[in-house]
Design a binder for this molecule. Sequence first.
Ligand code: UT7
Length: 325
Amino acid sequence: MQTCQILGSGHAVPHRILTNADLEQMVDTSDAWIIERSGIRQRHIAEPGSSLSDLAADAVKQALERAATSADEIDLIIVATVSADMKFPAMACLLQEKIGATKAAAFDISAACAGFIYGLHLAKSLMQTCAYQRVVVVAAEMLSSMVNWTDRNTCVLFGDGAGAVVLGPAEGNSGILSTTIHSDGNHSKLLYNPAGSQHVLTPEDLNNNFATINMQGREVFRHAVASMTAALNEALELAGLSAEDLDFIIPHQANNRIIEAIAKRFKVPPGKLIVNVERFGNTSAASIPIALNEAIQNGTIKKGATVGMTTFGAGLTWAGAVIKI
Ligand code: UT7
């Protein structure tokens, strides 16, 4: 059975930046509160009407170039998103057209903030069973399109962005050493957007911000720390490694306090922790691949590094992975 490795990565965010000072003008909040409770200083927000698949295409093109792979070699495109351009077709198909991946099969997965590792898990399995040689996993979110901009509990947290990796057969020691995914639908109402086929939107819904993110922040926080810890422990066990073997940990970039709690549980010194939440906010599924690509491009994560990743999101979903670059 072939295993797979990351051949190249890329990320893209919208140009427009929304700072905490900007948010102070929009809702009853303060720069100090946002930084203390979340660590976020700014987030990138797409212009209204812009397309998430364009952002995803930008990230994929970078990843393809770094992987020395042309679009027509891609066998499969998996897009992890809960904020696709349209209800259907899948954003993966829109992306396929934009990058010219003519022979690829393409589909979306919905696992909220855990989507990227869910995508890796699927890609790894399908590369083993279908003998795919080149698979693209993209995680892209435009949560700004479903944020209630009058709700200070949620509107300060999220940002837009896309991150992508190109996977190919593993060579040498490099590879995706382990992945693990979990869900618990019993807690679906802790974090959700009710818009969907169960409720056809009315004009009043638009005025009432019906089709937006609802979150019980405290409860989500509690589950996040426990689940992310469990997921990384499980991924380490599957890889036959311990936390001391990791060169870096990339936690889901939701909130600095969650990240600090994870660091404490795994006794991670600051230099081993990849954190960029202060500049991007919570970009949901895109947060781990954006952080991974940034750290590779700025030389922090080098060839041969062993990296643990752990994430958590709506569903509830959670997932962990260990990769060797
Ligand atoms: O990818 C997963 C996505 N979700 C998450 O990661 C969210 C996880 N949860 C969190 O990160 C935290 O729960 C938050 C950052 C959302 C909130 O922090 P908290 O320490 O749990 O605050 P809280 O919700 O308990 O609210 C404390 C107070 C409340 O006021 P009162 O009732 O004590 O008077 C809130 O109304 O802070 C108030 N508050 C704010 N104040 C200023 C809530 N949001 C804001 C705000 N600015 N933006």
